[in-house]
Design a protein around this ligand. Structure first.
Ligand code: NAP
Ligand code: GLV
Length: 320
């Protein structure tokens, strides 16, 4: 008898083609993530779960699955939705999809940075609302990128890809944080490993790329925003919880920084009544960093291979 796996949402067909021959698939068909009850019911008796970043996989979910559970395969590189420590204690393997969404997510960070710097949403709104009356010598003035300083918070795969685009393309000087220095990157680009405070004080553009953890939750709060230049732009394509969103709203509202571009929010989706929606200097997109056909197909393949290896008791090809 084939083992049963729960797949928390319809993902690219490639994953189904790989999984269906080796496992009985229980698919959550809804357009929205499974509710907690649907998730806990769905995983019952499963050997594997293919989860999304919106599915909390913790002790309660592992208990609901039962003793057969061997693997959680996340359809994402970030795995803050999974209690990895608890999974490891129970001998449950955890996999993710690193690398294949790096370029797509770096593109979104750069797209947000350019759009906020050059005030594209405000310009588009003026066109849409029929308020564009002439070429404006003093209208919609934005920021240049060339020769400016870029601050990358978390120079890993995605952070480096963003820096390569902006240092290589626009000749931006790069400051970065990471747990360890990256001498190879420094020798290739005009880059320096610094403390977060220095990065925030010196940078014209700050882009966040750290994973969400206890160490990075609300890493950017009121004190950190106060350190930034009044002309600085803040980009977040990491996780919404890395920023204190109330403090960000206050800083943007008072024009203490120039603007922000967010691919991620806290919570997601952004509540209807979030005051961030009212701000003209805040551009928000719906967590679309990896939303390209190429990236999502590659994520489907990696997450399927992790799931299959896990239910067979083999080492995961992309283990957390
Ligand atoms: P990665 O290669 O592991 O890079 C993470 C970087 O953060 C590393 O440079 C790491 O330092 C640094 N770091 C980790 N903890 C830190 C801490 N406490 N203080 C300072 N730096 C710290 O990961 P990635 O593939 O670039 O992905 C990064 C994150 O982006 C993911 O975890 C996910 O949350 C998010 N993401 C979002 C989207 C989207 O759709 N918006 C798509 C993909 C990923 P070391 O290099 O020294 O270890
Ligand atoms: C997306 O946010 C991911 O972590 O893959």
């Amino acid at each position: 008898m084939k083992p049963t796996v729960f797949i928390a949402r319809r993902i690219p067909q490639l994953a189904m083609q790989l999984i269906a021959p080796v496992a009985e698939v229980r698919l959550h068909e809804g357009a929205l993530p499974p509710t907690r009850t649907e998730l806990l019911d769905g995983v019952k008796g499963c050997a594997g779960v293919l989860s999304l970043l919106s599915d909390r996989m913790d002790a309660e979910a592992f208990d609901a699955a039962g003793a057969n559970l061997k693997v959680i395969s996340n359809f994402a590189v970030g795995y803050n939705n999974i209690d990895v420590k608890e999974a490891k204690q129970r001998g449950i393997a955890v996999g993710n999809t690193p690398g294949v969404l790096t370029e797509a997510t770096a593109d979104i960070a750069v797209a947000l940075l350019l759009a906020v710097a050059r005030r594209l949403p405000e310009g588009w709104r003026a066109v849409e609302q029929l308020q564009w009356q002439s070429w404006e010598p003093l209208g919609w003035l934005g920021l240049d990128l060339a020769g400016k300083t870029l601050g990358i918070v978390g120079l890993g795969r995605i952070g480096s890809a963003v820096a390569q685009r902006l240092a290589g393309g626009w000749g931006m000087k790069t400051l970065y944080t990471a747990r360890s220095a990256k001498p190879e990157f420094e020798s290739q680009f005009d880059a320096r490993h610094v403390e977060l405070d220095e990065l925030l004080r010196e940078s014209d553009f700050v882009s966040l790329h750290v994973p969400l953890s206890d160490a990075t939750r609300k890493l950017i709060g009121a004190p950190e925003l106060a350190m930034m230049k009044s002309t600085a732009v803040l980009i977040n394509s990491a996780r919404g919880e890395v920023i204190d969103q109330v403090a960000l709203y206050e800083a943007l509202k008072a024009n203490r920084i120039f603007g922000a571009g967010l691919d991620v929010c806290d919570p997601e989706p952004l509540p209807v009544n979030s005051p961030l929606r009212e701000l003209s200097n805040c551009l928000i997109v719906p967590h679309i960093g990896s939303a390209t056909v190429t990236a999502r197909n590659a994520m489907a393949e990696r997450s399927a291979r992790n799931l299959i290896a896990g239910i067979r008791g083999e080492a995961l090809p992309y283990a957390v």
